[in-house]
Ligand binder design. Sequence first.
Ligand SMILES: Cc1cc2nc3c(=O)[nH]c(=O)nc-3n(C[C@H](O)[C@H](O)[C@H](O)COP(=O)(O)O)c2cc1C
Length: 338
Amino acid sequence: MPSELPLVQAPMAGGPSTPALTAAVADAGGYGFVAAGYLSAEGLREAIATTRTLTGAPFGVNLFVPSPPGDPGDVARYAAALQPEVKRLGVALGEPRWEDDAYDAKLDVVELARVHLVSFTFGCPTPQIIERLHRAGLQVAVTVTSALEAQLAADAGTDLLTVQGTEAGGHQGSFADLAANHRPLLSLLAQIRETTDVPMIGTGGVMTGRDAAAVLGAGAIAVQLGTALLCTPQAGTSALHRQALLDGRYTDTILTRAYSGRFARGLVNRFALEHDGQAPPAYPEVHHLTRPLRAAAAQAGDASVPNLWAGTGWRQLTTGPAATIIRRIAADARQADV
Ligand SMILES: Cc1cc2nc3c(=O)[nH]c(=O)nc-3n(C[C@H](O)[C@H](O)[C@H](O)COP(=O)(O)O)c2cc1C
């Protein structure tokens, strides 16, 4: 990484990532990301431009690779299972439409903007796309959750692997959304290191300097932090989400497809408990289907329904400024090293 510290701010689409967070991490010596997920292409162009007004440091942009459509019959069965929620909240389900998150238009935006690095999640970009970005002077990272995915990404020509352990908050970036891909970070790094020389960024459950030192010790060149930054003033995390993360009431996290149709880790709330195991692999159809339920509950201050993304280490999160957290984790990691 071109940053002074081997610490990377995870792209966190859906609100938590902000230009202010990216800039704060970059200015503290870490490496920041703009999260392109759910934005329009125009929204992404603006986020890149705003971030550039806040920091002169290089940063990356993270894109969602389109997932194959799910089975409409399975989605309809899940819609039926959600009817008690519809009654309870008094809102209709969303249209379970498939879309590609404006993938092609966003590729044009990052290429034209000449951002430093593009990281991909939910799949591997084609070798042609990687070549095109390389020709434009951009570097490429691909999120992987297994040794096989690492091999495929290396073969496609990626410069970096973002190796994501099962501890990670938010969505798993697996190419195919399989429970078999849920592996602890340290053993996954060790396994991938045996099969490829592509430099690895480790991510998932890193909250302290000691955690970071262990990931670097397992062969990663840098560590990507998500949950650790969720309650910083620079993050755009909603008040409801922040409150839940800091509320001693939650006892566990769960990896579930219930909210979006893709495995993602969040705090266990009533919705996860009641609907885990019911949702099919159908992203983003299920994301659109459940969206009005999650939005209505959030609007009413009801945390029992919305997704409350959190990694397994959420209990250790602190609320200080992003720069303070980055500098503390870096300093503690150096101490843990010696
Ligand atoms: C709220 C939230 C949103 C996330 N959104 C994205 C995203 O848009 N793209 C991505 O590649 N990863 C995303 N992730 C996963 C992170 O990149 C990273 O793998 C994860 O946060 C690491 O685990 P940790 O949260 O325990 O640090 C998200 C994570 C969280 C917590």
